[in-house]
Write a protein that binds this ligand. Sequence first.
Ligand SMILES: *Cc1c(COP(=O)(O)O)cnc(C)c1O
Length: 380
Amino acid sequence: MKNKIYLSSPHMGGSERNYVTNAFDTNWIAPLGPNVTGFEKDIETYLGNKSNVAALSSGTAAIHLALILLDVSKGDEVICQSMTFSASANPIVYQGATPIFVDSEPETWNICPLHLEEAIKDRIKNGKKPKAIIAVHLYGMPYKVDEVIAISKKYEIPIIEDSAEALGSTYKSQNCGTFGDIGVLSFNGNKIITTSGGGALVTKNPDVKQKAIFLATQARDTAPHYQHSEIGYNYRLSNICAGIGRGQMEVLDNHISLRRQMNAFYQEIFHDIEGVSVFTEKSKDLFSNHWLTCILINQQKIGFSPSDLRIHLASLQIESRPLWKPMHLQPVYKEAPYYGKNISEKLFATGLCLPSGSNLTNEGKNRIKIGIQDFLNKYL
Ligand SMILES: *Cc1c(COP(=O)(O)O)cnc(C)c1O
C-alpha cells in the first residue's frame, strides 16, 4: 500500500524542536512565556503595518474575540461571506447574533461587493444595521479589498478579516491580515504554517491587543485574589505551541514559494485541457499564498465531474476535496438570510481542491501527475 498523499499536511522546518525543548528546559509549559511573546513579535514583524498580534488557541477563538471586541451581542446581525469554512460563521451564533450570508464574485471567489452593499441596504431597511462584516481570503486568494473597505467606510461597519488561509498573501503588496479593523490568522494543522492548533488576532491598536489578551485569559481584574468584572475565556496559546510557531515563521516564505510551485505544477498539467481551469490570480493586485490549489471542471465540455476525478484519485491514495460548501446551503444555517445569486453554489458544484502541501516530494508529485493524466486520457 502506498503512503497516502494529503491535501495539506504539517511541514516542520527543523528549529521548532529547539524552541519546544527550550520551553521544557525552562519549565515554561503554560499559556504564557517567552515563546508566546516571541511568536507574536515574529508575526508583527512579518505583517508590518504597525500590526499588534495576540496569539490565541485557534482562529475560531480569534473570530469570537473579534466579535466581542466589536460589541456584537444577542439579537445583532453580522454579515459573513457564505462560501467559507464554518468557523468563519459559527462565532456569530456563539454571541447570540444572526449571520447574514453574502455570495461570492467569480474573480477571487470571495465576498461580492455588489451583493454586500445590497445586503447592508436591505438589512438597514428592515430596521437593523449589521454590526460587522466577515470577509474571507479563501484558499489564500485576497478578496477585493479596496471595494470592501469602501463599503465598510460608507456604512461605518467594521470588517473582520478572516485571513486564516492567507498568511503571506498580499493585496497591492500589503499583507493580508492587516486590512480589517480586526484580522484573524489560523495555525491549525492543515494551514500554511501550524502550531498543531492555534490562531491569532491582529489589530493596529495596542489597547485592542491588550483587551484581547485580557479576555483570552479569563478576564482577570488586577487584584491579588481572583476578581472578575467581565466574562472571560480560556483562549490563549500555550508556550509549547508558540515554540512550534516560532520555528514555522522561519520557513513561512519557503512554504509560500513551494505552495505557489504546486499551483504552477497544476497549471502545467491542465494547460491544454479545455474544460478544466486552475484557480489563480486574475489581477496584478493579487498575490496568493496558494494555500490550496483548486480547479473548476466543466463537465459538459470534458465529460467528467469533480467527484469522478476525486474518486479516481482516492483509489490511488491521493486526497482531494470539494470546495467549501456555502454556509447558506448548510442545514444548520438554512434559516439565515442570504444575498446573492448562485456564484458560490456553482463554484461548489464544479470545483475540486488538489494536494497542495509544501512537503510533497518529487515522487509524490509524479504520482499525482500520472494519476491525473491517466484519468484525463480516458476523456480526451
Ligand atoms: C481554518 C479556518 C478558520 C478557523 O481556524 P481554526 O484555527 O481551525 O479555528 C477560520 N476560517 C477559515 C476560512 C479557515 O480556513
